[in-house]
Design a protein around this ligand. Structure first.
Ligand code: SF4
Length: 349
C-alpha cells in the first residue's frame, strides 16, 4: 500500500468522519486486521446491519424451534444459528429437549437427506442476503427436478438497499443524533447485485459508497476512497476483479424465477418495506411458514443490539458488553455470530 495513503489515514485531522461497513465479513476482517488501530481517531468505523444472523427476529427462531419439535420434521441449518436467543430458548436448548436439528455444510446436502428419508420433512433455515438467495433457487430447482416433496425452506432472506435506505433516513441528515458519512458497500452482495444498485441511495442522501474487497490493504484503500469522496453522492467500485456494475445476471435470474420481494422484520428495526425475499405463490408448497414472523422479543431489556446494528452506538457502549454478555454467555444475536459486531469486538480485544 502507498505509504502516503497510509500516512494520510493515520494523521487525518479534518472534521470527524463516521463510515459504516455494511457487511458482516467486513466487520470481521476490520477487527482481524486491526484497522481501527491504524486510523486517525477522527475516522470512525461503525458496523451496520450486514450480519444475517444478527438481524433475524426472535419470531423466526421460535418458528425454527416449533418445526424442529414437530414429529416427522427435521430442521436443517448451519451451526451459527444454534445459539441465537429466541423468545424462550435457543435452538441448542431446544435440541437438548428433543428437537430434531441437523447441520450441513451446504443447503444442497438437503437433497441427499430428503431422498434417504422420504417419510420425513426436511426444513432448511434459509437465512441470508442477496449472496445466498441464488443457492436456495438452485435447491428448489433440484427438488422439483427430482420430484422431492419433503424439502422445504423457512426463509429469512433479506436485501440490502431498503435497510441501508432506512439507516440513511436516520443518519444522513443534519439533525441526526448519530451520523453516517459514507458506506463501505458489501463486497459479496455487490458481486450479485452489481455496484450500480447503490447509485440511487448515494444520490438521494449525497453520501459516498465504496465497494470494497476483504484484504486489509483493500479495506484501507476503500476507506481512503471514502475520505476523499466525503460529502459527494457517488459510488466507487474498488473491487473490480469480482464486482461489475450490473452484477451476476444469471444469479439474479435464478432468484427472480422463484422469489419475490415483500416486507420483512429486522431485529431492533421493525418491518422495512420490500426488504425481504419470499417464495412466489406457485412455489409456496416449498415454504414452511416464513411470512408474518415479526415478533422481536428482547429477553434482557438492557441489550442494545438494535442500536449496535444501525451504528447508533458501538458494542463497547452496551452496558452488558463483557459483563453479562460474552461469547460464552451471549445475551443478544450480535454476540453469537462470528460476523456480529459484538462478537468481533469481544474476540479481538
Ligand atoms: S453486548 Fe450483547 S447485549 Fe449488548 S448489544 Fe452486544 S449482543 Fe446485545
Amino acid at each position: 500500500m502507498d505509504e502516503k495513503v497510509l500516512e494520510l489515514l493515520k494523521t487525518y485531522d479534518g472534521p470527524e468522519l463516521r463510515f459504516m461497513e455494511v457487511c458482516g465479513t467486513h466487520t470481521g476482517e476490520i477487527s482481524r486486521c486491526g484497522i481501527r488501530r491504524i486510523l486517525s481517531p477522527k475516522i470512525r468505523l461503525i458496523s451496520g446491519p450486514g450480519c444475517p444472523v444478527c438481524v433475524t427476529v426472535t419470531a423466526y427462531i421460535d418458528r425454527c424451534i416449533e418445526l424442529a419439535m414437530t414429529a416427522g420434521t427435521t430442521l436443517v441449518t448451519f451451526g451459527d444459528m444454534m445459539r441465537v436467543p429466541g423468545s424462550k430458548m435457543s435452538l441448542r436448548q431446544a435440541q437438548s429437549q428433543g428437537a430434531s436439528v441437523t447441520f450441513v455444510y451446504s443447503p444442497m446436502d438437503m437433497i441427499a437427506l430428503a431422498k434417504a428419508k422420504p417419510e420425513e420433512t426436511f426444513v432448511f433455515a434459509a437465512v441470508g442476503f442477496e449472496t445466498t438467495t441464488p443457492v436456495y433457487s438452485v435447491l428448489i430447482r433440484e427438488a422439483l427436478d427430482q420430484g422431492l416433496k419433503n424439502v422445504k425452506l423457512l426463509t429469512s432472506l433479506k436485501v440490502m438497499p431498503p435497510v441501508i435506505d432506512w439507516v440513511c433516513s436516520l443518519a444522513c441528515n443534519e439533525k441526526a443524533d448519530f451520523r453516517v458519512d459514507g458506506f463501505l458497500a458489501p463486497g459479496h452482495v455487490s458481486v450479485i447485485t452489481g455496484s450500480k444498485i447503490f447509485e440511487p441511495l448515494a444520490e438521494k442522501y449525497q453520501v459516498p459508497f465504496v465497494v470494497s474487497g476483504f484484504e486489509g490493504e483493500e479495506l484501507l484503500a476503500s476507506i481512503y476512497g471514502l475520505v476523499r469522496l466525503a460529502g459527494r453522492g457517488v459510488v466507487m467500485n474498488m473491487y473490480p476483479k469480482v464486482v461489475s456494475a450490473e452484477g451476476n445476471i444469471t444469479a439474479q435470474q435464478k432468484v427472480d424465477e422463484f422469489f419475490e420481494p415483500g416486507d420483512a422484520s429486522w431485529r431492533g428495526m421493525g418491518s422495512i418495506p420490500d426488504s425481504g425475499m419470499y417464495l412466489k405463490k406457485e412455489y409456496e408448497s416449498f415454504d414452511a411458514g416464513s411470512k408474518g414472523l415479526d415478533e422481536d422479543h428482547v429477553a434482557n431489556k438492557a441489550c442494545r443490539c438494535a442500536d449496535v446494528l444501525i451504528g447508533r452506538i458501538e458494542s463497547e457502549e452496551c452496558p452488558l458488553f463483557g459483563t453479562a454478555c460474552t461469547v460464552d454467555h451471549p445475551q443478544g444475536a450480535c454476540m453469537v455470530s462470528t460476523e456480529g459486531s459484538c462478537y468481533t469486538r469481544w474476540t479481538s480485544r
